[in-house]
Design a binder for this molecule. Structure first.
Ligand code: ADP
Length: 493
């Protein structure tokens, strides 16, 4: 592999957008309607580019191409090692393009370039490589059954996977979905979020360049109720993998009833992050800070309910506030920026309305609470103290840099309160008491529990939600299962 890396852009002006059309059957094509929509730079509110606005007609073309590549093409039948080899090549190509991809992500989403380079890209590359290694390791089992028979199972690709992704980690969500789908031998129709289509489109070009056959990967940019819903309803698409809001998942569930699609959902959260007085206080402060403010607070697993044991509350809040006040908000391309803008005006307005609600409901805003500047969707990192369980800032997913600090002095009561939400995506506990940590891990109903850490992700570790935070798991071996069907073969001997 060549080690030549793409140049590192230093500002939004240096980023090369390249692809803006639908990618269907290996070709770049405008939307059938001819319509386009603008994708904006959230730091400047300026248009970056006009993007093809795909809808039902384009999804139909993409679904037919993906179906043909699955039913008549080599992809699901090819030597699984060759499929794996292509995924490895794609990961290598992403590595070569790491600066260009990171800059494109930052331009479209607003996240600091340092974060795109240090987190989004390495994690995405890792996920593709992890699943590359799985392509030739999917197998069934032999089963002893009554009578003189040979009975075995085969794990076969599920078919055409419709994949609908959000805007908070566009490239990473793509990797979490392409990796297992392609390793399993599925073909893909992906709809990126309307706010952030650019890295997804660039990835289609990289996949083409490394040799993915036509029709295996198809991209239809556009809006949820049109392009997204068309994927969900299309009879040639076998499965939908969706990451986004639980309300959208409810619509998808209804829309998929007619075709009885297989569904996997990774949805929202209101994750409890619990600090006991015996914890390493500096580590807990740092963990609460990262656990909430990472990615401008736009993480489904954000630790947005921070429960602090009463006896350490004052020390904790004082240290956390001091750290948060130093957080540098600004141009996502600047070297020292730690927090960029929120992704768009709708999110900005929603977050500001929750800040107003928090103030109105009587929580104490100890830092932040305001917009930063007058251009771009920047919000100061905000901490509310003395939050009560029934305040809307403690019950609703805000998806922004707004933390709620709640106090507890009884562990049993805290666990009841931590579980008192319809979400169940993640939780964390900070304590030096190992029994306490494992007890918490067993009793809090969430798909991921972090002990003395937060936001630790790995391609090998399954991720997903209990309750209304989703169904199915992504990553790890569990992440492959939803892309396969199990077939039982019985042979009379
Ligand atoms: P958010 O509010 O964070 O944007 P959404 O759930 O609305 O979360 O969006 C996540 C993804 O789901 C986006 O790609 C969006 O276009 C898509 N989407 C939104 N509505 C629908 C829908 N009715 N059917 C299918 N996809 C949808």
């Amino acid at each position: 592999m060549s080690t030549t890396l793409s140049p590192a852009p230093k500002s939004a002006n240096e980023v090369d957008v390249k692809h803006t059309e639908c990618f269907i059957d290996g070709k770049w094509v405008p939307a059938a309607s001819g319509k386009t929509f603008a994708t904006l730079n959230p730091a400047t509110e300026q248009e970056i580019a006009q993007i093809a606005e795909g809808d039902a007609a384009d999804v139909d073309a993409a679904a037919k191409a993906a179906r043909h590549a699955f039913d008549a093409g080599d992809w699901p039948k090819m030597d699984a090692r060759d499929r794996g080899r292509l995924l490895y090549k794609l990961a290598d190509r992403m590595e070569q393009e790491i600066h260009a991809l990171a800059a494109l992500e930052t331009l479209d989403n607003g996240k600091p370039l340092n974060d795109s380079l240090a987190a989004d890209l390495p994690l995405a590359i890792d996920a593709i490589r992890y699943y590359a290694g799985y392509a030739d390791k999917l197998h069934g089992s032999t089963i002893p059954i009554r009578g003189n028979y040979l009975c075995y199972t085969r794990r076969e690709p599920i078919g055409v996977a419709g994949q609908i992704i959000p805007w908070n980690f566009p490239l990473l969500m793509l990797a979490w979905k392409w990796g297992p789908a392609l390793a399993a031998g599925c073909t893909v129709v992906m709809k990126p979020a309307e706010q952030t289509p650019l890295t997804c489109l660039r990835m289609a070009q990289l996949a083409k360049e490394v040799g993915f056959p036509d029709g295996v990967i198809n991209i239809v940019p556009g809006f949820g109720p049109t392009a997204g819903a068309a994927c969900v309803k299309h009879p040639l698409i076998d499965k939908i993998a969706f990451t986004g809001e639980h309300r959208t998942a409810q619509i998808i569930t209804r829309d998929s009833a007619e075709t009885l699609k297989r569904l996997t959902f990774e949805l929202g959260g209101k994750s409890p992050n619990v600090v006991f007085a015996d914890a390493d206080m500096d580590a807990a402060v740092e963990g609460a800070y990262i656990g909430l403010f990472l990615n401008q607070g736009q993480c489904c697993c954000a630790g947005s309910r921070v429960f602090v044991e009463k006896s350490c509350h004052d020390e904790f809040v004082e240290k956390l506030t001091a750290l948060t006040m130093k957080r540098k908000v600004g141009d996502p391309f600047a070297e020292d920026t730690q927090q960029g803008p929120q992704v768009d005006k709708a999110q900005f307005d929603k977050i500001m309305s929750y800040i107003d609600k928090g103030k109105g409901e009587g929580a104490e805003c100890v830092t932040g609470g305001d917009r930063v500047g007058d251009t771009g969707y920047f919000i100061a990192p905000t901490i509310f103290d003395n939050v009560q369980d029934d305040m809307s800032i403690a019950t609703d997913e805000i998806f922004g840099p707004v933390m709620s600090v709640l106090t507890f002095d009884d562990k049993e009561d805290m666990i009841r309160r931590a579980n008192n939400t319809f979400y169940g995506l993640a939780a964390a506990v900070w304590t030096r008491d190992i029994s306490n940590a494992h007890d918490f891990a067993a009793r809090v109903r969430a798909g991921t529990i972090w002990v003395n850490c937060y936001d630790v992700f790995d391609a090998a570790a399954p991720f997903g939600g209990f309750k209304m935070s989703g169904y199915g798991r992504e990553l790890g071996e569990e992440g492959l299962k939803p892309y396969t069907e199990s077939k039982t073969v019985t042979v009379k001997l």
